[in-house]
Each structure stands twice: as structure tokens, then as C-alpha cells.
Design a binder for this molecule. Structure first.
Ligand code: HEM
Length: 482
């Protein structure tokens, strides 16, 4: 009896699903994809996907089904994409701007990634304003001071012994990001909470219990409680800082210990300053917290990942290291104040690193209406309303047709006629901090290369995908003072 009832329910649900997705299926007839079971779809393709096998599975998938394919999971239509021509059309579109960051909702709610489509443009503009010409000089000065702090820490490790450079780079970048966004240096507790929360979300990524909110709510009550406590603590500190900024006299004489402390001599406008000044739209404190959380999370993880990949890559390519060192020495001999614009080779090295190791591997879009496309090889077509597109930057930027000898590290390709890369995405929703990030990376890298020799010791990178691109055995290298 139970079996029969289950069978009948399954058949009814499958039939309902079939009719519900009829229109979508008719539009994507030209796309290849894995076998689709009734109701479950291609669930089997996702079941054993893990941070460690992510890249291998993806390469196999793309080889089998091509750079534009379809994959049903229950009623959801996923469209994995790894084609530059189509990705460019999609990202440059002014109508298909919805991003899917459902996993991060509890933390980043109220910020630019989560806000309503009619609000995001102004929010995006506010964040871009932080990195405008006027402020960027002061921000680079902040980066220079932070580079000195990183150098002090590295001196202690320059004994030619292997260590994981993430352990020193990540806290340094975290502190820098909080100073940039909040205009305050993070207390030990704030820094720990931010690092722990990022780690918790990295664990949740691709885990079965986090597949949707209901699963997570049911299966991980302790983790969820810990997560919510960390979010609450961070936002309490943000709100405290907002209150102190809004009423400096009233709060000024209250002694607050172990909190975000405004920088004693702040020369730059912080994101918080801009958000508080904004009149059109005027932001609530919840929205300001969302914005600070978004930029801290993205800036901290993405810049740390980029810097670690750059350091390990330079360590393992002695001729690249030598050329960077010579360029830096020459630039310094001409001018004691290092002009970042005059470091074309170092910039090429960074771009090649970002091509091979894009810190944000996937850029997602969710369609609220059909997306008509034209493609020189695939032909013309429509991607249907309701589908979720996942652009795989890692695969896209290792395509042999676009980037000859794609798997080789070759910074020279960015010197004469630089190829297009999408590591900061493209179009209206592209990363508002791309120039700042390149400046930050150059500023932190330059003193390390001039003062230390990076030695290619330790284990090779083992790429993994936990929210951002990382390495499961860390970023191993050794240092020797020059
Ligand atoms: C190497 C460092 C970085 C890389 C590779 C990077 C890459 C990206 C990518 C791929 C996107 C997605 C764009 C899209 O959906 O089309 C993005 C968005 C964004 N990034 Fe960055 N990013 C970096 C650093 C930063 C930093 C330092 C900040 C902030 C301080 C930042 C703030 C943002 C924001 C706010 C968005 C969302 C923009 C929107 O949706 O309108 N990023 N970034």
C-alpha cells in the first residue's frame, strides 16, 4: 500500500514537473546535457561533487557536453557556460542582472548583491565612488602601510623553511579591507569573527546539508546557531561604529573596549563615510551593515586568494621572479616613491595569475526573462526565463582557442596585445574594485619581491573550490632575505 502510494505520488509529481518545464525544454532543445531522470533530473551529477573534485568533474563535463549545456535538478534548470563570446553578451546585457547568492543571504542581506534590481545600480555607484581618483591615492597609502606590516611578519619566517603563506597574508588583507570599508581597525574579536564566518561559509559551499535553506535549517542546528551569532556580533560592532560616527560628541567620551576603533589619523574616505553621507537613497543601518559585510567578505577572500596564488606562482617561476625584481629595482632607483603605473611586467604577472587562478571561479545570473543570443558557432537561440546560468571563469580562461598554450604561465601575453579576461567580470555588474584590487596586489607584492627571494619549496598546489578558488594543502613556499 505504502509503495503504491509512493509510486503514484512520484508519477504525479513527475507529470506536474514535466508540464511545468515544457516551455523551457522546448527552448533548449539544441543544448546537450546529462541524462535526466523523471522528477530528479540529473541530480546524480551533483551528488558527489565536492570542493576537491570540482575542477576534474567540470573539465570532464565540459568535454562531454560542450561549453554551453543544460542540467536539470528537480524543476531547476542550470546552464553551465564556459564560452567567452556568449558570456560577454550575457554580462554586458543591461536587462539580465539578477545574481544568485542565496547561500549568503543571512550574512549579506541588505547589500548590493542581495538588493532589489531597481536599487542595485545606485549601490554599485556608491561602492565605485569609494575607489574614485581622489580617494585612491589615500587608499594606496593605506595599502603601503599594510605592506610594511606584512613585511615585518614575513621577516620572522624568512628562514628558508616551508610554510603556508595564507596564514600571514589573509589576516593582513582582512585588516586592510576593514580599514578601507569601515575606516576603523578591527579588534581581535572582530577579525576573528570575520575570519571564522568566512571559513564557515566556505565549509557550507557544495555541502549537501546546505543545498537549500530548509536542509540547512534541519540538518545543522549548531552550525546555524554559530553562524547567526557571528553575524550578530559583526553587525553589533558595525551599528556601534555607525552610532559613534553619527553622534561623535555624545559617544566620544565613552570608553569602548574591544570594538572596531576608528583610525586615529584617517586620510581616506571609508565606505562607511560614503554610505552614511548618501541621501539618494538614504540607507538604513541594516543596509549599511549589508554593504560593509559584502565588501569585507569579497575583498578579504578574493584579494587573499589572488595574492597567495601570485606568490606561489612567482616562487615556482624563477625567471619571472628575476624579471619582477629587476623591474622593481629599476623603478626604485629612478624614484624612491614607487610609481605603481611603472610596473607593467608585475601587472602582467598579476593578470596572468588571475587568468589561470580566477579567485571567484563562478559568476552567476538568474533569468527573469528569456535571453536571446547569437553565436558564431553554436548558432542563435534563447535561454529561457527561470534558468540559472553559471559562467565558469576557470575553464573559460583556459580555453586553447582563446589563449594559446592556455595551461602555461606566460605573463608576456599581457604585454603587447593583452587578451580579455573575465576575472573581475564585465558589464554593468562587474567588480567595482578591480583597479583598486590590482593596485593593492601590486603594493603588497612589491616589497616582498624586493626584500625576499621566494623559494619554490613545499608541495604543489592542490586546487579546490570552497566559495573561492583555494588550495587544499595551502600555499606552500619558503623565504630567504635578499
Ligand atoms: C582580486 C580581487 C577581486 C576579484 C578577482 C573580484 C572579482 C569579482 C567578480 C568576478 C565579481 C562578480 C561580478 C558579476 O557578478 O558580474 C565581483 C563583484 C563585486 N566585487 Fe569584486 N573582486 C575582487 C576584489 C574586490 C574588492 C577588494 C571589493 C571591495 C572592497 C570587491 C567588491 C565587489 C562588489 C561589491 C561586487 C558586486 C558588484 C555588483 O553586484 O554590483 N571586490 N568581484
Amino acid at each position: 500500500m505504502i509503495l503504491t502510494t509512493t509510486f503514484v505520488c512520484f508519477c504525479l509529481a513527475s507529470a506536474f514537473n514535466y508540464f511545468r518545464t515544457r516551455r523551457q525544454r522546448s527552448l533548449i532543445k539544441n543544448l546537450k546535457g546529462p541524462f535526466t531522470w523523471p522528477l530528479l533530473g540529473s541530480m546524480h551529477k551533483l551528488l558527489f561533487l565536492s570542493p576537491k573534485n570540482f575542477f576534474q568533474r567540470n573539465t570532464e563535463y565540459l568535454t562531454k557536453y560542450g561549453s554551453l549545456s543544460r542540467c536539470w535538478v528537480f524543476h531547476r534548470l542550470f546552464i553551465p557556460l564556459a564560452d567567452l563570446e556568449l558570456s560577454r553578451q550575457l554580462l554586458e546585457s543591461k536587462t539580465h542582472l539578477e545574481t544568485g547568492y542565496e547561500l549568503m543571504k543571512d550574512w549579506l542581506d541588505g547589500g548590493v548583491l542581495m538588493c532589489q534590481p531597481d536599487h542595485w545600480q545606485k549601490r554599485h555607484g556608491l561602492i565605485s565612488g569609494l575607489f574614485g581618483k581622489e580617494n585612491s591615492k589615500q587608499l594606496m597609502e593605506l595599502c603601503r602601510q599594510q605592506a610594511e606590516k606584512l613585511h615585518q611578519k614575513l621577516v620572522e619566517r624568512a628562514d628558508q623553511k616551508v610554510f603556508d603563506i595564507w596564514e600571514l597574508v589573509a589576516p593582513n588583507v582582512l585588516e586592510l579591507m576593514v580599514m578601507t570599508t569601515c575606516g576603523a581597525s578591527p579588534s581581535e574579536e572582530y577579525a576573528k569573527n570575520l575570519a571564522d564566518l568566512s571559513e564557515l561559509y566556505r565549509k557550507r559551499f557544495l555541502s549537501l546539508q546546505s543545498a537549500n535553506r530548509f536542509n540547512y535549517w534541519l540538518s545543522s542546528p549548531f552550525m546555524r546557531r554559530h553562524q547567526n551569532r557571528l553575524i550578530r556580533r559583526l553587525n553589533e560592532e558595525h551599528k556601534d561604529l555607525i552610532a559613534r560616527q553619527q553622534k561623535p560628541n555624545k559617544m566620544g567620551d565613552v570608553l569602548v573596549v574591544n570594538h572596531l576603533e576608528p583610525l586615529p589619523q584617517k586620510c581616506h574616505d571609508s565606505l562607511l563615510d560614503l554610505l552614511l553621507e548618501s541621501k539618494e537613497p538614504e540607507l538604513t543601518s541594516g543596509e549599511i551593515c549589508g554593504e560593509l559585510n559584502t565588501c569585507n567578505y569579497l575583498g578579504y577572500l578574493l584579494c587573499s586568494s589572488a595574492l597567495c596564488f601570485a606568490l606561489v606562482t612567482i616562487a615556482r617561476n624563477p625567471s619571472v621572479q628575476q624579471r619582477c625584481w629587476e623591474e622593481l629595482k629599476l623603478a626604485q632607483s629612478k624614484d624612491q616613491e614607487l610609481d605603481l603605473e611603472k610596473l607593467p611586467y608585475l601587472e602582467a604577472v598579476l593578470k596572468e595569475t588571475l587568468r589561470l587562478y580566477p579567485p571567484q571561479v563562478i559568476v552567476g545570473r538568474q533569468f527573469k526573462q528569456d535571453f536571446p543570443y547569437t553565436h558564431s558557432i553554436i548558432g542563435d537561440g534563447d535561454l529561457p526565463f527561470g534558468s540559472e546560468i553559471y559562467i565558469n571563469l576557470y575553464e573559460l580562461q583556459r580555453n586553447e582557442n582563446r589563449y594559446p598554450k592556455a595551461n602555461n604561465f606566460d605573463a608576456e601575453r599581457f604585454l603587447d596585445s593583452p587578451p580579455e579576461i573575465l576575472s573581475f567580470s564585465l558589464g554593468p555588474r562587474c567588480c567595482p574594485a578591480s583597479n583598486f584590487s590590482i593596485g593593492l596586489l601590486k603594493t603588497l607584492l612589491a616589497p616582498i619581491i624586493t626584500r625576499f627571494e621566494l623559494l619554490p619549496y613545499g608541495d604543489e598546489l592542490k586546487l579546490n573550490m570552497r566559495l573561492i578558488l583555494g588550495s587544499s594543502n595551502g600555499f606552500q613556499l619558503a623565504l630567504k632575505p635578499r
